[in-house]
Design a protein around this ligand. Sequence first.
Ligand code: NDP
Length: 502
Amino acid sequence: MNADTQDHGFDPEDVKLPQGHFIDGKLCWLGDDGLEVMRPSDGRLLGSIPDASADTVDQAVRNAQAALASSGWGRRPPRERARILRRWADLIDADIDYLAQLEAVGSTRPIHDARAHEIPFTAEAIRFFAECADKYSGDVVSTRSDSLGLIVPEPYGVVGAIAPWNFPLSMASWKCGPALAAGNAIVLKPSELTPFSTLRMAELAIRAGMPAGIFNVVQGRGTTAGAALVRHPLVRKVSFTGSTATGAAVMTDAAHHGMKPVTLELGGKSPQLVFGDAGDVKTLAGRIARGFTSNAGQACVAGTRLIVHASVAEELMSSIIETTKSIAPGLTWDGATRYGPLIDGRQAGKVDQAVRASVAAGATLLAGGAFFDGPRGGHYYRPTLLTNVTSTTPAVCDEIFGPVLTVQTFTDDDEGIALAGHPIYGLAAGIHTGSIDRALRAMRQVAAGTVWINRYGRSGDFIIPTGGFQGSGIGKDLGRQAFEACLRYKSVLVDVASPAAT
Ligand code: NDP
């Protein structure tokens, strides 16, 4: 068997969990109360984490600030930081057997996806930002000839990072990679639902030679530990991924506690705009099905609104339904699983409720609309298609974060492009057409931070930034924009003395 086809299934009881927070280069608990963490696949107890008090967050942040001063991390030659980050990425790749199990046992990511995508993407994102360390700098600008104008970048200091549960490791790497490469220290709060894999990442950072205290993980609830991190006076910048509502709370806290800059990667309700000339329907159906069922729909960029030309609508809907019929749920630790659970009962209730409310508002259920009879204790939702929807149907308005696709049809281009817009969100959009003119016209008119033409989903091109317009966020993850956002810029003007004065 070659490595790609090997079954990497494992016994969840055999996975040893790292315990605690990770502060000053080591795991610790610090007397905090405990919080139980469940396995999404079967709802059984996985382990527990400390629920950081404001004192613990304070200790982590102060320690990070002290570590910056004592290690000189931000003052070191950028290539030295890059070397350590590259070593870290190599250790993450080399640790794939353990790290992928840790990710799969406690999240919605099947072991196959964790190995094929989550771990390699995490390592490569860190490598990408390591390469930025000495590539983007300040500037010497035009001034009067008897002066010299400089724009000098410097790290912020301690950056607070808050990550969600849907892609626990890669989301953490998008926040920590650029901040660390730019010379900052990090205090990361992972979601309380998926807290373990980033602890391992922290252990590997120390092995790679990162000074203790530069990369820290504090565990706990968002409304307490997360909020304490955002409000801490020594946290100079915040990078957050999660819901738009929580993003607004983070921004408010950042405004009232130091006026610190925020990078917010928030929710979406992304359209898949299909014109009548989009080509082979079966290929399209596969692409659109993947766009809304990947990670069981728990992706900020999920393409959950199909806006399709009436001439191909019937055939495309039938083909999508046919494609999704082959989707079968499974435990995340089973090597054959390609479709995992929803994160927990609360999220499952939210998905089901949104579908019911949409049907009550007049939508027609074409497929799904119910839970799979899947593994016991987990929540596995059937890929769901809703038609006869309007712009006020809940499934069209709200981010559901489940495998639910709404279908709206149009007959002329302007109508389709108008339907693709959303009053709140503007994260991503897919445009499918055989006409380059049509594609570019639509691309210009759709308000979305990312537009994919004749594809849907990210590539391995870390240079392409990601981030939303409108309620989908502020600033970018990935790309050189993410690196540059981890630096603040000092304007310097030097008067050059005339020879007579020297
Ligand atoms: P949240 O936005 O509430 O949580 C995201 C992260 O923020 C978590 O680490 C959370 O901690 C933390 N957090 C929560 N409240 C605060 C606060 N006041 N200050 C600082 N940090 C905070 O998402 P949920 O996990 O509750 O999911 C709810 C919905 O959010 C989903 O149904 C989905 O629609 C959307 N979502 C969007 C994501 C995206 O990628 N854009 C990712 C995840 C969710 P804790 O887990 O402890 O609450």
